[in-house]
Design a protein around this ligand. Structure first.
Ligand SMILES: [Fe+2]
Ligand SMILES: [Fe+2]
Length: 135
């Protein structure tokens, strides 16, 4: 599976958020590498859990900014985060319970969700926060 390569089109113009997105991308890439290298399932489920925890932390950061600045699409955006959390936590549980490596469909889901979410949903707040002077 191809890894995600961060480029300027992923930038939402806020340093802290860009850094968090880069970290999430790094973790997903690590999962892709491990799957390709057939690393044992325990190590993979460990990284998957860490990635999920980091995603939760990242969503909290975004949602806090949205509340602080009264972002109009807050509820809709938050729902998308919640949906991802629910699915990803379920993936973690399954991976741990059955001690399997991540199925390709799950890894594709995580990868595509992240790319789409940054480029479509997160990008929508770029100009809004920019106008508020957030960098
Ligand atoms: Fe994000
Ligand atoms: Fe988001």
């Amino acid at each position: 599976m191809e890894k995600i390569i961060w480029n300027e089109s992923f930038s939402v113009g806020i340093r802290e958020i860009d850094a968090q997105h880069k970290e999430l991308i790094r973790m997903i890439n690590e999962l892709i590498e491990m799957k390709d290298a057939k690393v044992d399932s325990e190590t993979i489920s460990d990284i998957l859990t860490k990635m999920t925890q980091y995603a939760v932390y990242h969503f909290k950061t975004e949602e806090q900014y949205m509340r602080d600045y009264d972002y109009p699409e807050y509820s809709l955006h938050k729902e998308k985060h919640t949906e991802f959390k629910k699915r990803t936590v379920a993936f973690c549980m399954d991976t741990m319970a059955y001690k399997e490596t991540i199925p390709t469909e799950i890894l594709s889901y995580l990868k595509n969700w992240l790319i789409n979410h940054i480029l479509k949903s997160d990008m929508k707040y770029k100009s809004f926060f920019n106008e508020k002077g957030l960098k």
